[in-house]
Design a protein around this ligand. Sequence first.
Ligand code: HEM
Length: 486
Amino acid sequence: FLNAVRAIQNHPGFRTLFDPTGASSFFPRITGVSIGCDVMFNKYADYEAFGIDIISSVCAFPKVNTHYFIADAAVIKEIMTARLKFPKPIELYSLLLFFGHNIVASEREEWKKYRKISAPAFTEPNNKLVWEETVRVVTDLFDNVWGNKKEIVYDHALDITMSLALFVIGGAGFGRRIGWNDEMVAPPGHKLTFRDTLAAVSHDTMLKVTLPNWALYATKRTRALHMMDMINARRSSEKKEERYDLFSSLLDASEGNFDGESKLTDRELLGNIFIFLIAGHETTAHTLCFSFALLGLYQDEQERLYQELKKAFPDGRTPAYEDISKLTYVECVMNETLRMFPPASSVPKYATEDTTFVTKNAAGENVVVPVPAGTGVSLHISALQHNPRYWSDPFEFKPSRFLGDWPRDAFIPFSGGVRSCLGRRFAELESLVALSMIIMRYKLTIKPEPEFEHETFEQRKARILKVTQGITITPVRVPLVLTRRD
Ligand code: HEM
């Protein structure tokens, strides 16, 4: 342990009993024992306390291990652009190998193959499909769920956004349209409806933590069988129509010849299809929910957004895919939401060789940080995006900061470099059109509740923006009222 501390020249940071990336990262901090989840929730506070943008951690169990948490934009950029020098620690992603090997939980040649096969699924035709599917899902919500009601009340806005994101990925991801009022009856020979299968799969990663293996195997097998049926039905379909959902594109691509790459096995196909669902459902749903919470709290910002939309669409029509350039302020709102609440608060890598980083201390002096081979490094997205060196008033919701010149290297909710998010455009387009449509028609306010009648704005903000750590950062409870504007 002392040798490890010496090897990093006692760089400022935590010295603990337990590994910061292990199970202890789900529990609160115990000084000297574990760093806990606080390092993720505290945003920039730990860096402020240690007076530097890279903090170290050396732990003793299960083995002596050194790790750096990083909130320095230049160093993070250096790491993201050197994929071979700083690969992913794949063992931390074992939860995601649940249904088979896949693009998120792989490295080197295996990852290259998956990325080459998957990337064509995320191009222009799918972007347009994402837009159209989102319009369809939100219109269905307006017409068939909210109807003519003047006021709609939700105890938690996540109830809207989890379904919305699920139905969009059902259509634009799997070519299976799901309606808000669809009958919940499973097709003959199946235990689950397609909607149940999707919903259940995206929660399986958390189940894995709680269920014993035998129970998990049973649930996993049912879902895998259902998806295999879908794959086989699509493969044997006589009619090969042009389809742009991710599922069809991946299926086509996996059957095509990719510069000598071997085709995907069924299990790899399943693993990659599932990962699109896991990567694409909760992330977007939570982001939309946080944007509702922020707009409900900051009424002046919501009014500005509404006025911008009214100016761009005076006749109140639904924005078309070709109207993207008119949605600048909606994009600012989404960026500001992702800055404050990046669903993945940190991305892990490790150093394959001895190297050094150079960062600055609180006095603005250069500090050389030794990085022995094998050291873990966390690209600490939420700390970087709250670092006052790059962002003024980092805890304030100010979408207009994205209008002028802003520090692009200090904004990485989708990670960066060659391992950046493949679904970025998917998520952005879905959020842009869903938020625009909802704000054009409804005013969002935080639901008044008698027990919170006397709270200050700061207390309300703390309550509404409270998060918990799931697979991604999760809003705890956003009680919301939607009031029709006309
Ligand atoms: C707001 C929404 C989203 C956010 C903030 C987000 C964020 C991220 C981040 C931080 C990574 C890097 C993870 C790592 O290195 O471990 C990532 C990777 C990935 N994301 Fe997303 N994501 C979002 C939505 C989506 C959607 C909608 C899809 C697909 C439908 C998707 C598919 C992927 C894939 C396939 C990767 C792996 C890329 C690779 O390793 O080559 N994501 N995402």
